[in-house]
Write a protein that binds this ligand. Structure first.
Ligand code: NAD
Length: 509
C-alpha cells in the first residue's frame, strides 16, 4: 500500500524498524496491546516473525559492515547519546504515561523510569568520551609499540522484559551505541510501546539509519531467531531463567557473545539491632514494604524474602502487615494510587498459584492472598492482586525458592548471624540482597559473605549507572551498567607494532 493513503491506524501498526524504514509485519499479523488496569486494548502493533527478524538483522549488518557509525569519532557518538538524553527529558511526561499504561505502573514510577533511562544515556556518553585511545602495554623493548584497543562487537541482538521496558532496553542500547555497535532489539511482546518510541528519538538525535532496528513480536519466533542468527555477533537478554537458558543454548551454536540478566530471589535480612530505635524500626519496615511491593513485586531485585531475627519478628511483621493492607491499589494513571495491577492475567494466575502452594505447604496468610474488591479506580477486569504477606515460611517451600514476580512477601526467621547468612545464600539465584543492622562491623561482615551481585546495607533497591548490575549463580552471566557494562559490547584487540623488524631465524633454510 502507498504510504500516503494509509490511515493513522495502519501507520500505528508499522512498528518494525529496519534500515531506517517503519514497516508492518511481512505476514500482516498484528497484536493488541492491553492496558493491565482494565484488560482493554489501547494500541496495536506489528506481530513480527522470523522473516522480519532476518530483514532487521540484514539492515544492522549492512550498517555495521559498510556504515559510518562504528568509525564515528567517540566524541560524536557521545554527542548523539547526550542528545537522546535531552529528548527523553523533553518527552518525559508522554513516555512516562506510556510506560505506565503499558506496564501497569503508576505514572510517577513511569516518570522515574524515564529519568533513569536518560541517566543511562548520559553515563555511557561520559564514560566513552572520557577514555583514552587504548591501553599501552610495556613490551619490554623501545622498538615495540604495543597497545590494546577496544572495538565494537558488531551486530547486537537485545531481548528485553516487560517490567521495566525502556529502562532495561537503555542498559543495552546506550553502551552498545557508545561502543559503536549496531543493533536489533526485540522488546517484550506485551510492553513494546516506549521502545518503539525510543527508536524515533534515536533517529531524531542523529543516529544514522540502519544502526537502530526493532522487531516487535513474540519470544519463540523473533527472540529465538535473533539468538540463533548467524548475522548476530552478540545477544544480550534480560528476562526469566527458562527463556534465558534457551537463548544461551541457541547462541552457543554460532558462538556468540552472550549476556544474561535473569531473575532473582532476593533476601532482605533484618537484624534486631536495626529496630532498636523507633526511627530504625520505622525505616526498616518501610523499606521492607517497598522492597517487596513496589511495582507489585514485578522487579527482578524485589525483596520478596524477609529474613528477620526471631526476637523482633512478631513486632516487625505485625507492623508490615498493617502497612501492606493500606497500600492503595488502582489504575496507575489515577491520582493517589500507590501500586498498579500485575502486567497480565498470566502473571496474576502465576502469583495465585504460588500463594496456593505456600498455603498448602503450611505458610500462614497474614494479609492479601486475593484479588481486591473492584472500585472505580480498580476495574474488575484489571489484573489486580492484593499485597500478600506469608508468615512461617521455610526454605523448602516453592514460594521461597522460586521467583514469584508478584506482590508476595515470605517471612523466615533466624537466631544467629551464621544462620542469617546461610538462609540468604540458600538460593540458586544471586541477584541482590540487603542487610539491616546498626552494627557497622556486622554489616560489612554479612555483606562480604552474601553471594549476590548487589548488596545493600540499610537500604533496598537503589542502583547507580556507574556501578555494575548483574547476578551470581543463575541470576545471569555478565554485567550491565558501570565500565563492565560497556565492556560487554566491545572486543579488545592487541595491536603489536615492531618499529625495527629483523628476521627471527627460527628456520635456517
Ligand atoms: P521472559 O523470559 O518471559 O521474557 C523476556 C523476553 O524474552 C521477552 O521479550 C520474551 O518475548 C523473550 N523470549 C521468551 N522466550 C524466548 C526464547 N525462547 N528465545 C528468545 N527470546 C525469548 O521474562 P519476562 O516475563 O518478560 O520478564 C520477567 C523476568 O525478567 C523475571 O524473571 C525477572 O527477574 C527478569 N528480569 C531480570 C532483570 C535483571 O536485571 N536481572 C531485570 C528485569 C527483569
Amino acid at each position: 500500500m502507498a504510504k500516503s493513503t494509509e490511515t493513522a491506524a495502519q501507520r500505528a501498526q508499522r512498528t518494525i524498524h529496519a534500515g531506517g524504514e517503519w514497516l508492518a509485519a511481512s505476514s500482516g499479523a498484528t497484536r493488541e496491546i492491553l492496558d493491565p488496569a482494565d484488560a482493554r486494548p489501547f494500541a496495536v502493533v506489528a506481530e513480527g516473525d522470523e522473516q522480519d527478524t532476518d530483514l532487521a538483522v540484514a539492515a544492522a549488518r549492512r550498517a555495521f559492515d559498510t556504515g559510518d557509525w562504528p568509525q564515528t569519532p567517540v566524541a560524536d557518538r557521545a554527542a548523539v547519546l547526550r542528545r537522546v538524553a535531552d529528548l527523553l527529558v523533553r518527552d518525559r511526561e508522554s513516555l512516562g504515561l506510556l510506560e505506565s499504561r503499558d506496564a501497569g505502573k503508576t505514572v510517577e514510577e513511569g516518570r522515574v523510569d524515564i529519568d533513569c533511562v536518560a541517566d543511562a544515556f548520559r553515563y555511557f556518553a561520559d564514560l566513552v568520551a572520557g577514555e583514552g585511545a587504548g591501553r599501552v602495554v610495556d613490551a619490554g623493548s623501545p622498538d615495540i609499540h604495543s597497545v590494546v584497543v577496544y572495538e565494537p562487537v558488531g551486530v547486537c541482538a537485545m531481548i528485553t522484559p516487560w517490567n521495566y521496558p525502556l529502562l532495561q532496553a537503555s542498559w543495552k542500547i546506550a553502551p552498545a551505541l557508545a561502543a559503536g555497535n549496531t543493533f536489533v532489539i526485540k522488546p517484550s511482546e506485551i510492553t513494546p510501546l516506549t521502545t518503539i518510541a525510543l527508536i524515533d528519538l534515536l533517529a531524531e538525535a542523529g543516529l544514522p539509519a540502519g544502526v537502530a532496528n526493532i522487531v516487535t513480536g513474540p519470544g519463540h519466533t523473533v527472540g529465538a531467531r535473533l539468538a540463533e542468527h548467524p548475522g548476530v555477533d552478540l545477544v544480550s537478554f534480560t528476562g526469566g531463567l527458562i527463556s534465558g537458558t534457551k537463548v544461551a543454548q541457541a547462541a552457543a551454536v554460532t558462538v556468540k557473545k552472550v549476556a544474561l540478566e535473569l531473575g532473582g530471589k532476593n533476601p532482605n535480612v533484618v537484624f534486631a539491632d536495626a529496630c532498636e530505635t523507633e526511627e530504625g524500626f520505622d525505616t526498616a519496615v518501610d523499606q521492607a514494604l517497598n522492597a517487596a511491593f513496589i511495582h507489585s513485586g514485578q522487579v527482578c531485585s524485589a525483596g520478596g524474602r524477609l529474613i528477620v531475627e526471631e526476637s523482633v519478628r512478631e513486632r516487625f511483621v505485625a507492623e508490615l502487615v498493617r502497612r501492606a493492607r493500606r497500600i492503595r491499589l488502582g489504575r496507575g494513571t489515577e491520582d493517589g494510587v500507590e501500586c498498579g495491577p500485575l502486567v497480565s492475567e498470566q502473571q496474576r494466575a502465576r502469583t495465585e498459584d504460588y500463594v496456593a502452594s505456600a498455603l498448602a505447604e503450611g505458610a500462614e496468610l497474614r494479609c492479601g492472598g486475593k484479588r481486591p474488591e473492584p472500585s472505580p479506580r480498580r476495574p474488575e477486569s484489571g489484573y489486580f492482586y492484593e499485597p500478600t504477606v506469608l508468615d512461617h515460611c521455610h526454605r523448602d517451600m516453592r514460594v521461597v525458592r522460586e521467583e514469584v514476580f508478584g506482590p508476595v512477601l515470605t517471612v523466615e526467621t533466624f537466631r544467629t548471624e551464621d544462620e542469617a547468612v546461610a538462609l540468604a545464600n540458600d538460593t540458586e539465584y544471586g541477584l541482590a540482597g540487603a542487610v539491616w543492622t546498626a552494627d557497622a562491623g556486622r554489616a560489612r561482615r554479612v555483606a562480604g559473605r552474601l553471594r549476590h551481585g548487589t548488596v545493600w546495607i540499610n537500604d533496598f533497591h537503589p542502583y547507580l549507572p556507574q556501578a555494575e548490575w548483574g547476578g551470581f549463580g543463575k541470576s545471569g552471566v555478565g554485567r550491565e551498567l558501570g565500565p563492565a557494562g560497556l565492556a560487554e559490547y566491545r572486543e579488545s584487540k592487541h595491536v603489536y607494532q615492531n618499529l625495527a623488524p629483523k628476521p627471527v631465524r627460527w628456520f635456517t633454510g
